[in-house]
Design a protein around this ligand. Structure first.
Ligand code: SF4
Ligand code: SF4
Length: 351
């Protein structure tokens, strides 16, 4: 067990308004401070000898000091990857051209692609988005940049698992990643909901796809686990996540998601607390969470959704989560420009 990588939630800014987005851009989007990033990089290097950084958001290329962030990564001798919707890819390419050391340390561009065709993808992520991703793929290929295609699965695109995998292989992706949708707390949850048996079916199809393709096909944390007592990468401290406010929190899936009461997944503000001390507090949160899971197992009986570790985790932290009836937990309260956050979640949904 080691701290293998640090993820920075760089910004809440984004040009898109995807139906499955977990982020809360709020009225005034926040950006992670460069000073905090530099502090955490220095501590992670010195204390853990960590080498890899992930840049996420929002859309990380919209961070007003992205150039400074990349230079801090170079200066502290880290390698990095970025998760992007591709819309500002040419600007990112410009920063790589201007700084060859930035380019040398880039391990992957993770492009979000939520459908194997334009209609499906743009129906979820907005008009023009599919073409942005395809253009970014072309530029990656032309410039020899390794890229991954990653898809968030839900009811509107689950039929395209195989088509997505084949497309990723044909385009020359280094990897295809298919993840399970977490509850957004918005009215979109109703149309995106899949019941537990449908998720298990999707999981089996991804496993078959993985066996059929030579390219790696991966499933991030979230899918069904036979063993309810499952310890994820974040809970093993193999990755540490810094949220947009500069706080060490449990993982990216918790960041910016509404909760009943004050969030309990946040360890400390890294601007004022050392990474080591914050990590110690995070271990306390993790220990309490795992103890709660053991207690739930002892109490029983457990339901089908309890086999999905991230869903159990979100429920435990009083955040939006799936139930047999649809979506449970708090609704997102904020206004967004296309109104996704305005309506309450409609229950129940049974399929
Ligand atoms: S899912 Fe990503 S690209 Fe889509 S609105 Fe959210 S942050 Fe932006
Ligand atoms: S939501 Fe919980 S179980 Fe899932 S990856 Fe994050 S910390 Fe782990």
């Amino acid at each position: 067990m080691a701290v293998n990588w640090i993820a920075f939630h760089l910004t809440d800014r984004c040009q898109l308004d995807c139906q499955h987005c977990l982020r809360d851009p709020g009225q005034k989007p926040k950006d992670l401070s460069l000073a905090t990033i530099r502090k955490v990089l220095a501590e992670a290097k010195r204390l853990y000898r960590t080498r890899q950084v992930a840049l996420t958001g929002g859309e990380p290329t919209l961070h007003p000091e992205l150039e400074g962030v990349l230079d801090a990564i170079v200066e502290h001798d880290f390698t990095w990857h970025i998760v992007t919707n591709g819309r500002r890819f040419e600007q990112l390419l410009g920063l790589l051209r201007d700084g060859p050391a930035r380019r040398e340390r880039l391990t992957a561009v993770n492009l979000s692609l939520d459908g194997a065709d334009e209609t499906t993808h743009d129906g979820i992520r907005g008009k023009g988005s599919f073409r942005d991703v395809m253009k970014a793929v072309t530029l990656c290929t032309a410039h020899g940049l390794p890229f991954t295609l990653q898809m968030v699965l839900h009811a509107r695109n689950v039929h395209q698992i195989e088509a997505f995998g084949l497309m990723a292989a044909q385009l020359g992706a280094a990897r295809a990643s298919l993840s399970m949708l977490q509850t957004t707390g918005t009215h979109h949850d109703e149309a995106l909901y899949l019941p537990p048996h449908a998720w298990q079916d999707a999981q089996h199809r991804i496993e078959r796809l993985s066996a059929a393709l030579t390219m790696p096909v991966t499933m991030p944390e979230g899918f069904y686990r036979e063993q309810i007592f499952h310890v994820c990468e974040a809970m093993k401290s193999e990755s540490l996540h810094v949220d947009v406010e500069g706080r060490l929190n449990l993982c990216c899936q918790h960041a910016g998601v509404p909760s009943e009461g004050p969030p309990r997944d946040v360890a400390a503000d890294l601007a004022t607390t050392s990474l080591l001390e914050a990590h110690g507090r995070l271990l306390g949160i993790i220990h309490e969470t795992q103890a709660a899971k053991l207690a739930a197992m002892a109490r029983g009986p457990l339901g089908a959704w309890d086999h999905f570790p991230c869903n159990w985790c979100m429920k435990h932290f009083d955040k939006p989560h799936w139930t047999d009836e649809g979506a449970g937990g708090p609704s997102a309260q904020r206004e967004r420009w296309r109104g996704a956050w305005a309506k309450k979640v409609t229950l129940p949904v049974v399929r």
